[in-house]
Design a protein around this ligand. Structure first.
Ligand code: PMP
Length: 398
């Protein structure tokens, strides 16, 4: 069978692969502790589930308009004003089947061969793949722990070419957990506007922030920034709704029109019931969200403090999302009990899974081989036990 070059160049998701291996070990009765989760371990709040049940009972089960119902668009408009101080009209909103779908659609509608899109590393695994699928070139800017994995304007200027079309910002970030300060975003926005770059701002972890941090949308910095920015958001992470598959963009009406055309010939509108539930998620009382975030903050403190206390491991405290991104690179060059030398994040995570049955995601999947991603969307007991096992594993390396 011949397949397209397009599909042959896609790399399978490494985050899903490690998760699958850990699940298989668990299914075989092994006592695996998994830190691979890319989703809250909380269930969808009751108020949101009830809204979905009401939608089913009201026979809200038909096709919706391609870009989402007016009611959901209005809820998104209310949310953008409330949380980000941004004004949008309905023709500037497009609802898709998850934020991943939103970005995929955008990439298809905006870029093609010859175009370059700047992506800061560590990046969410799917960004470069989806840019590549559109035929465009992901231009990776590497960041480091000393700057909490955030890019600077100097770095952007170094990679600009006449073909650079856009820059992607993900705040708070998957996988690093760090969120940009307003002043940092101001500098990036100014540079983007001066160089005619479209800003793509993925803010899907927006509500999951700690230590009183205030999230800023780069689109909110000026009218010009808003016009030249596509905000991507969704209900998956902040409302524990990963399975409902609702994401959205807020952007210039011309962009929304083109992307809606693509969606009209591919998926059509997202699930009607999920859309009804998402209205309640976005505009209902947020006590459940705040409670989940408080719990994540407690877990972050335990995970990061205990990791950073292990000799050979360093870990900055992230201010958002539910990931920590420890650096294990000091352990490179050491040998395990069988004499195998650890030479990077793949070796280390493999060693950890085999030796101590702890699953973490190798940083190389996110373009950062010194690190690994550990999700704290799991119970405090598991975090304590898992980090204890990591400490024991590190002590075995000579
Ligand atoms: N953006 C980022 C940064 C993510 O981490 C994820 C989920 N892993 C998504 C977008 C996609 O989320 P969804 O498709 O569930 O809305």
């Amino acid at each position: 069978m011949k397949f397209s070059n397009r599909i042959e160049q896609v790399n399978p998701s490494m985050t899903l692969a490690i998760d699958a291996k850990a699940k298989e070990m668990k299914a075989n009765g092994e006592d695996v502790i998994g830190f691979g989760a890319g989703e809250p371990d909380f269930n969808t709040p009751e108020r949101i589930k009830q809204a979905a049940i009401r939608a089913i009972e009201a026979n809200d089960t038909h096709y919706t308009p391609v870009g989402g119902t007016n009611e959901l668009k209005d809820a998104i408009i209310t949310k953008m004003k409330r949380d980000n101080g941004l004004d949008y009209d309905r023709n500037q909103i497009l609802v898709s089947c998850g934020a991943k779908h939103s970005f995929y659609n955008l990439a298809q509608a905006l870029w093609e061969e010859g175009d370059e899109v700047i992506i800061p590393a560590p990046y969410w695994v799917s960004f470069p793949e989806m840019v590549g699928l559109a035929g465009a070139k992901p231009v990776i800017i590497e960041t480091d722990a000393a700057h909490n994995f955030k890019i600077t304007v100097d770095q952007i200027k170094k990679v600009l070419t006449p073909n650079t079309r856009a820059i992607l910002i993900n705040t708070p970030s998957n996988p690093t957990g760090f969120a940009y300060e307003k002043s940092e975003l101001e500098a990036i926005a100014q540079c983007a506007l001066e160089n005619n770059l479209l800003m793509i701002s993925d803010e899907i972890y927006e509500w999951i922030i700690f230590d009183g941090f205030k999230h800023t949308s780069i689109a909110s910095l000026s009218k010009e920034a808003q016009k030249n920015c596509v905000v991507i958001n969704g209900v998956s992470k902040c409302y524990a709704m990963t399975g409902w598959r609702i994401g959205y963009i807020a952007a210039d009406a011309e962009i929304v029109k083109k992307v809606t055309k693509l969606q009209g010939q591919s998926t059509s509108g997202p699930c009607s019931i999920s859309q009804a539930a998402s209205i309640e998620a976005l505009v209902g009382p947020h006590d459940d969200v705040l409670e989940m975030v408080r719990e994540f903050e407690k877990r972050r403190n335990v995970m990061v403090d205990q990791l950073a206390a292990i000799p050979g491991v360093s870990c900055n405290k992230p201010n958002g999302s539910f990931y920590s991104f420890p650096d294990f690179s000091e352990l490179n060059g050491k040998k395990d009990r069988n004499g195998k030398v650890i030479q990077g994040s793949l070796d280390f995570t493999e060693f950890l899974l085999t030796e101590k049955k702890v699953a973490i995601v190798p940083g190389i999947a996110f373009g950062a081989d010194a690190n690994a991603r550990m999700s704290f969307a799991t119970s405090l007991d598991k975090i304590e036990e898992g980090v204890k096992r990591i400490k024991e594993a590190v002590e075995l390396l000579k």
